[in-house]
Design a protein around this ligand. Structure first.
Ligand code: PRX
Length: 629
């Protein structure tokens, strides 16, 4: 089904609501199944339980690879652009990708891995990362990709939570001018991970690494031992495809579980629809495969659609702030999808970094991960899109698996900063704080979803109770997103930001509780409260208030110790921008920290703090204000 006009969009939306089973059942026919599904949807948000296409059988890699070999074997599937512009790019055809995936899948099998086994992947943005992901899916193993910027502790926690049998990593990674010792970090993590029997190491940087005999295997040796014939494991539609961790309101990351059939149908449909991908287009999503954006819109969605997808190893600022635009010109990118934080950073650089390059190949732009401010939207539109490319501001989550609210490129009339309208099948509901549905337009509330969609996460790995409590208990019968949202007079949606204890920093989801518990581990700290405050480039930055055991003599020293602790335990992305040492925190009589007050102080908006009389000790607020950074 193609949506090429607003009328078709409205019609498709109407169909999807009136008869969802027909709508999704029809769409599912565009895929290769071992057994076509006859049952389309079973669901109950109270349990909560959702099954899509439940008697269908398939393997997603046959949809991403095998079926394209008939007419697209020589078409490029992946263009890989390395970190360093001096190194050659790679063009990998569908045939080559198929062969390499099958070969690596045989490596996994040779070491005893198979359906249902969990495999952790901790790799740089090299083609082998996509190959490892697809190889897991080929044999029915469940991949858990951990972003290669996470620390050894964060990696170990994720490996242990999923009880992964194997880790796939690299010797090191290049990121801008830095080289990161991935294998060293992995070795540190593995000291705590008894479930891991083998580690496959891809050689990227060629730095010296220690290899543990019997456990550690070189990627390039292993693939020599096998051939490239690997029939796909037949999976039930609701079998696990992958686990991906995301931060939550408590300290422990949540392993979101995605399953095979619904995820495939939804990511493919939304990829084609939102970006209006046409055969021959070159599509580039700048995300890392370590995040859901990379899973759904670098690997699975584009490949299932038979697209050519560009993978970039580097960063936007290396060797200079023109790197993205250089890559656009070099490969003649047509569709470019990035994060507002990158746009804001590039916007600060001199325009000559943009104007040096010919960007005329671009026809569609996209953003994802956080609200985009009007200034950044306009800059993107004028300087990158030359007022000639629709911008699709796509709202979605790790939990939703695919894009939920977004313009359809060239179809939906745009409004800067608005994610605009829900995609077909997505039934949005705004709730007020008391849990009543807000019906009208020109209103603001908490964003919920009232009906299942095929790519929704089915559970939190090993903790269905937490899944229910986090997403389905705030408003009974609805999935609660955790976001605040406006609906304007035209029925357009605009996400206003998180309403829970998650902060989106540079598009990364960070739980305040997770950072607090790390800082609390410092011997000099008794208690911490972490909040977000607005930041020009990152969208939000992190402000930590820490109560110390005794007067701090050397604040800078303690700050740098805390920063290292956070960096080592979670990763550099979670480091607070400001740490204020405070004698106490504003707490209610029941002991709850009033974060609203701390957020205002951190934002230097403390003229009117509202009613603070419910605090146990209101005087603490004055103390904190005096020391604000
Ligand atoms: O707050 C919303 C914000 O990112 C959250 C989801 O983060 P994550 O699971 O890491 O997935 C990010 C990539 C899909 C959402 O709850 N968010 C995501 N996209 C947008 C957004 N906020 C505003 N506008 C967006 N387009």
């Amino acid at each position: 089904m193609e949506i090429r006009s607003l009328l078709q969009y409205h019609q498709a939306y109407k169909n999807s609501v009136e008869d969802p089973e027909k709508f999704w059942g029809d769409l599912s026919k565009g895929f290769l199944w071992h057994q076509e599904p006859s049952k389309i949807l079973d669901w109950d948000f109270k349990k909560p339980e959702v099954h899509w296409f439940s008697d269908g059988q398939l393997n997603i890699t046959e949809n991403c690879l095998d079926r394209h070999l008939i007419d697209k074997a020589d078409q490029t599937a992946i263009i890989w652009e390395p970190n360093d512009p001096g190194e050659a790019a790679q063009h990998i055809s569908y045939q080559q990708l198929f062969d390499r995936v099958c070969r690596f899948a045989n490596v996994l099998k040779r070491h005893g891995l198979g359906k249902g086994d969990r495999i952790c992947i901790y790799m740089p943005m090299v083609p082998e990362l996509a190959i490892a992901v697809l190889a897991c899916a080929r044999i029915g193993a469940v991949h858990s990709v951990v972003f290669a910027g996470f620390s050894s502790t964060a990696l170990a926690d994720r490996i242990n939570d999923a009880q992964c049998k194997m880790l796939i990593t690299a010797d090191g990674s290049f990121r801008g001018s830095k080289t990161i010792d991935l294998k060293g970090i992995a070795d540190e993590a593995l000291k705590r991970c008894s479930s891991v029997q083998h580690v496959v190491v891809f050689q990227r940087t060629k730095q010296d690494v220690s290899m543990e005999p019997g456990r550690d295997l070189w990627w390039h040796h292993e693939i020599e031992q096998v051939d490239s014939h690997c029939p796909a494991e037949v999976m039930n539609a609701e079998d696990l495809l992958f686990i991906l961790y995301t931060s939550g309101s408590t300290g422990k990351p949540k392993g979101m579980v995605h399953t095979c059939g619904g995820y495939m149908v939804y990511t493919t449909f939304t990829f084609k629809t939102v970006f209006q991908y046409q055969p021959g287009d070159l599509y580039w999503c700048t995300a890392d495969i370590g995040w859901i954006t990379g899973h759904s819109y670098i690997v699975y969605g584009p490949l299932a659609a038979g697209a050519t997808t560009l993978m970039f190893e580097g960063v936007p600022s290396y060797p200079d702030m023109g790197r993205f635009w250089e890559v656009v010109e070099k490969h003649q990118v047509n569709i470019f999808y990035t994060a507002p934080t990158a746009i804001r950073a590039l916007q600060k650089a001199d325009l000559s970094f943009v104007n040096k390059y010919d960007l005329s190949s671009l026809k569609t732009l996209g953003t994802v991960g956080e609200p985009i401010n009007e200034e950044a939207w306009n800059w993107y539109n004028q300087n990158i899109g030359k007022d000639n490319c629709p911008i699709v501001d796509t709202w979605w989550q790790t939990e939703t698996g695919g894009i939920m609210i977004s313009p359809i490129a060239g179809v939906t009339p745009l409004k800067p900063t608005y994610a605009t309208l829900p995609l077909p099948g997505v039934r949005l509901v705004l709730m007020d704080e008391s849990g009543s549905v807000i019906e009208d337009n020109d209103v603001e509330g908490r964003l919920c979803i009232g009906f299942p969609w095929p790519s929704m996460a089915r559970t939190i790995y090993g903790n269905h109770t937490r899944y229910r409590e986090t997403y389905f208990s705030a408003y009974e019968g609805y999935y609660f997103t955790g976001d605040g949202c406006k609906r304007d007079q035209d029925g357009y949606y605009r996400i206003t930001g998180r309403v829970d204890d998650v902060i989106i920093v540079s598009g990364h989801n960070l739980g305040t509780a997770e950072i607090e518990s790390v800082i609390d581990e410092h011997e000099k700290v008794i208690e911490t409260a972490v909040v977000g405050f607005p930041h020009d480039i990152k969208g939000n930055a992190i402000y930590a208030y820490a109560i110390t055991r005794e007067m701090v003599e050397n604040e800078d020293q303690l700050r740098s110790e805390i920063l290292s602790l956070v960096s080592e335990t979670i990763g550099p992305i979670a480091k607070p921008d400001k740490i204020q040492f405070v004698p106490g925190l504003p707490k209610t009589r029941s002991g709850k920290i009033m974060r609203r007050i701390l957020r205002k102080i951190a934002s230097h908006e403390y003229e009117d703090l509202g009613d603070i009389s419910t605090l146990l000790d209101p005087s603490i607020v004055e103390e904190i204000k005096k020391g604000v950074l």
